[in-house]
Design a protein around this ligand. Structure first.
Ligand code: FAD
Ligand code: PHB
Length: 389
């Protein structure tokens, strides 16, 4: 079997890349370790920058996102009960769109199916070879049989624990990492959001976030210790703790209901450099991780895919190598800015167990500065809505 681009991983990065390349007439093979149902059951990000929305539209899969996504002009913040609203529209002229990663993934899967483009799900033991040459290949097991494909390029879109980054010789790759001493316990429930906008709250008991997926579905998070087992958290315990971390007015107005999903995610910052190894390119979570506080993970995956698709289309259509040559540096410049912002939002809003009294005063001063400074609010807003590509 032969294809032009073998894409490993059918998360949002892999599926969006596949769609953009297929629209340009480039042959792709998509290999995914899990089943479609498993992929669609993973609850993850919920906020799209305008640049990501535009890319989804350009890929021709934006109809439902446009119809059902909720435009948000700002966010609410609380620091030990003190309120601050960041007005994205006033500060940047831009807004974000609340539309779940699961829905975006579903739209991409349906578009592939409608176009007659198949992905290989439940592909086991995916392995890549010879990516230091112009003739790389991939092998995988499916239904008990071993399969192989030759290709021109491999796109590693297989997430943080995938096979592609792990195949790169250690001496060829640099990694940078920060692991945070806490995670997020997330709950999804079919009740109306308490406010029209997301609420990010710092509290001595830990950070809390009230997010949403629609006008009838909320997604809420609590900062939790790393060893938290979601099974120990009844719905009642979760909602009680969330209320304690919010101001009384919001806590009282908040509607709660049975959870339809509950899970714990650790928080991590991670970057791999470079993102190109011969004919292998890394994109999305395979290349970098941000803590979710800045809502950047999915958006970074989208900007990587934009740059990589441009590079590959330039190669196949115009025989131009410029886009592929610059992919790594171009993507990393944007990645590091998002890493900085996600780290900063995390530091501003979480309760760090080892922080000294001095650290806590500085954290409070950071919030007070933000509250009093239009410049600081603009800086937050322009990062949240997405820096220019
Ligand atoms: P993924 O979505 O991870 O997709 C990678 C795909 O590759 C998966 O389908 C996986 O099954 C497949 N795969 C893995 N290994 C192999 C293999 N060996 N062979 C074949 N296929 C393989 N971001 C936010 O902004 N807000 C959030 O609240 C948020 N919550 C998150 C919670 C969790 C638990 C995680 C892991 C991430 C979260 N993120 C969040 C980040 C955001 O969801 C990711 O940045 C986004 O999913 C990146 O997309 P991706 O396609 O690069 O990777
Ligand atoms: C979410 O809705 O899942 C979400 C929103 C904003 C974040 C993180 C997660 O910063």
């Amino acid at each position: 079997m032969r294809t032009q681009v073998a894409i490993i991983g059918a998360g949002p990065a892999g599926l969006l890349l596949a769609r953009l390349l297929e629209n340009a007439g480039i042959g792709v093979l998509v290999l995914e370790r899990r089943s479609p149902d498993y992929v669609l059951a993973r609850i993850r990000a919920g906020v799209l920058e305008q640049g990501s929305v535009d890319l989804v539209d350009e890929a021709g899969v934006g109809a439902r996102m446009r119809a059902e996504g909720l435009p948000h002009d700002g966010i609410e913040m609380r620091f030990d009960g003190d309120p601050l609203r960041i007005d994205f529209q006033a500060r940047t002229g831009k807004r974000v769109l609340v539309y779940g990663q699961t829905e975006l993934t579903r739209d991409l899967m349906e578009a592939r199916a409608a176009a007659g483009a198949a992905s290989v799900y439940a592909a086991e033991d995916v392995a890549i070879a010879d990516f230091d040459t112009p003739h790389p290949s991939v092998t995988w097991r499916h239904g008990g049989a071993l399969h192989a494909a030759d290709c021109d390029f491999i796109a590693g879109c297989d997430g943080f624990h995938g096979a592609t980054r792990a195949s790169v010789p250690v001496e060829a790759i640099n990694t940078f990492e920060r692991v945070y001493p806490f995670g997020w316990l997330g709950v999804m429930a079919d009740v109306p959001p308490v406010r029209d906008e997301l609420i990010y709250a710092h509290h001595a008991r830990g950070f809390a976030l009230c997010s949403m997926r629609s006008r009838r579905r909320v997604r809420c998070y609590l900062q939790c210790p790393l060893d938290t087992d979601a099974a120990d958290w009844s719905d009642e315990r979760f909602w009680d703790e969330l209320r304690r971390r919010l101001d009384p007015e919001i806590a009282e107005a908040m509607q709660t209901g049975p959870s339809i999903e509950k899970s714990v995610a650790p928080l991590r910052s991670f970057v791999a450099e470079p993102l190109r190894f011969g004919t292998l390119f890394l994109a999305g979570d395979a290349a970098h991780i941000v803590p979710p506080t800045g809502a950047k993970g999915l958006n970074l995956a989208a900007s990587d895919v934009r740059y990589l698709a441009e590079g590959l289309i330039g190669h196949f259509r115009e025989r131009s190598q410029a886009g592929l040559e610059h992919y790594s540096a171009r993507a990393l410049a944007r990645i590091w800015k998002a890493e900085r912002f996600s780290w900063w939002m995390t530091k501003l809003l979480h309760t760090f167990p080892d922080d000294s009294a001095f650290d806590r005063r500085v954290q409070r001063a950071e919030f007070d500065y933000l509250r009093g400074s239009a410049a600081a609010q603009t800086a937050l807003a322009e990062n949240y809505v997405g820096l220019p590509a």
